[in-house]
Ligand binder design. Structure first.
Ligand code: NAD
Ligand code: UDX
Length: 462
């Protein structure tokens, strides 16, 4: 089966960029990305894309209007497609059974229902959203029970491994593409059809094919392993601070062992992003569901360590500022969960700012890409009252304004531009002693010390 027309449900951080890449690499395939969110679709059709990713604008512009289309007409797009990617959100369930851990699959279910309703003939349905193992069974059941036209379906799993901030490079040159399918002739035919789409630019040996359940589970496990490394090194950062060891030196020393490897060993204020915590909690819930209490507790501890890393950073600030930040101005540089993205979902900064204002601090935030409304929404969502946001939180478009009159400066995102700020000017602008809390270990500590700053760097003993 040769794929000529692709539709994607969900025009978010995954659907938009991945489909733009497929369209750019496969000019012979029509790719239609749809979403019920009109504002998002309008943004994808404009010069102000809803997702900031280095290089993405160019990829979108190379194919948009040619074989890449963004629309809210979901039904027409499904009807016209041979293959349908499901890229809808799968957030942590906030209610009922499994609240706080299980994945909320309501968007997956609504996508399956509309596909069943609209489809005719044969369609390949591809799970690209991150979902619990065995979700394909639920999708198959919904499709089978709701199609009135006699349409037939094959469900594949094709999890996405891109990281935000490097999405374009990750998609252009992926470590691997993972595709799981049913071990039947029809399942294998569908799988090969999807393989041939990626084979337009990905070497065949990088395309791993498995059964459905291995593919579904591998996505959760990959994220759990990556997050586990960060929690492991963050646990050691605390020990480094207590002993005089330097966590970056420890990372380098252990990462040089080829069995360990150097990546994902950078200590920080804690991992954020829409995936890690959600996917680990989902894995914990899966383990619990299969009565594997010890396995569940093991993975839960990765999130516990991350929560501790965020809260101990705030405690460090409060203790260092003579045990009170009440009424003090704290400049926060960076609100996104990592550099080169405008995404703030689960950003450590949200929790750190919330805990600082809970101590009556006055927080002034600068981030080069995150809009004011996003910061307000995030703080409201974690329970900061509107009047506290109005009085205790300022957002500025200039890092020097953020530091003006500040008692302390905290770096929470590793934006490159923070490394090259005029620190002499910042020192002049701040109250003395001028404290710096470098939550990403990116600032030039020796220069800061020479200028007279009191510095704390995550994972560095004094
Ligand atoms: P997102 O919230 O940015 O986008 C999801 C979009 O789906 C929303 O715009 C929503 O309106 C739309 N949607 C919901 N139901 C729909 C329906 N029935 N039809 C059409 N559109 C519908 O989410 P995201 O960050 O793109 O993540 C999507 C999935 O990919 C999640 O399962 C996530 O875990 C996974 N994932 C995310 C990343 C990442 O870096 N963000 C990486 C890998 C995997
Ligand atoms: C992650 C996975 O990397 C990606 O494969 C998957 O598809 C989606 O989830 P993402 O969350 O976009 O990607 O970014 P990632 O680079 O993994 O960073 C996640 C968080 O970990 C960020 O807050 C980042 O600052 C933090 N991090 C990362 C560290 O604190 N230390 C590190 O060494 C690496």
């Amino acid at each position: 089966m040769k794929i000529q027309s692709i539709c994607c449900l969900g025009a978010g951080y995954v659907g938009g960029p991945t489909m733009a890449m497929i369209a750019a690499k496969c000019p012979g395939i029509t790719v239609t990305v749809c979403d019920m969110n009109q504002q998002r679709i309008d943004a994808w059709n404009s010069d102000e894309l809803p997702v900031y990713e280095p290089g993405l604008q160019e990829v979108v512009e190379s194919a948009r209007g040619r074989n890449l289309h963004f629309t809210t007409d979901i039904r027409a797009a499904i009807a016209a497609a041979d293959l349908i990617f499901v890229c809808v959100g799968t957030p942590t369930k906030s209610y009922g059974i499994g609240a706080g851990r299980a994945a909320d699959l309501r968007y997956i279910e609504s996508a399956a229902r509309i596909i069943a309703e609209v489809s005719e003939g044969h369609k390949i349905i591809v799970e690209k959203s991150t979902i619990p193992v065995k979700t394909a069974t639920a999708i198959q059941a919904i499709l089978a029970a709701n199609s009135s036209t006699g349409a037939t379906f094959q469900v594949l799993s094709n999890p996405e491994f891109l990281a935000e901030g490097t999405a374009v490079a990750d998609m252009e040159n992926p470590d691997r593409i993972l595709i799981g399918g049913e071990q039947t002739p029809d399942g294998q035919a569908a799988l090969e059809a999807l393989v041939s789409v990626y084979a337009n630019w990905v070497p065949r040996e990088k395309i791993i094919t498995t059964n459905l359940w291995s593919s579904e589970l591998s996505k959760l496990v990959a994220n759990a392993f990556l997050a586990q490394r960060i929690s492991s090194i963050n646990s050691i950062s605390a020990l480094c601070e207590a002993t005089g060891a330097d966590v970056d030196e420890v990372s380098r020393a252990i990462g040089a062992d080829s069995r360990i490897g150097p990546k994902f060993l950078k200590s920080s204020v804690g991992f954020g992003g829409s995936c890690f915590q959600k996917d680990i909690l989902n894995l914990v819930y899966l383990c619990e569901s299969f009565n594997l209490a010890e396995a569940a507790a093991y993975w839960r501890s990765v999130v516990t360590m991350n929560d501790w890393q965020k809260s101990r950073f705030v405690e460090k600030i409060v203790r260092t500022l003579f045990n009170t930040v009440s009424g003090k101005r704290i400049a926060v540089l960076g609100f996104a969960f990592k550099k080169d993205t405008n995404d703030t979902r689960e950003s450590a900064a949200i929790h750190i700012v919330r805990n600082l204002v809970a101590e009556n601090a006055h927080v002034i935030i600068y981030d080069p890409r995150v809009p004011v409304e996003t910061i307000h929404r995030d703080l409201l969502e974690v329970g900061v009252p509107q009047d506290i946001i109005d009085f205790n939180v300022e957002i500025t478009s200039d890092p020097y304004t953020a530091c003006s009159g500040a008692h302390a400066l905290a770096t929470l995102t590793e934006w490159d531009e923070f490394r090259n700020l005029d620190f002499a000017r910042i020192h002049d602008l701040m109250l003395k002693p001028a404290f710096v809390f470098d939550g990403r270990a990116i600032l030039p500590t020796a220069t800061l010390k020479a200028l007279g700053f009191e510095t704390f760097v995550i994972g560095k003993g004094q």
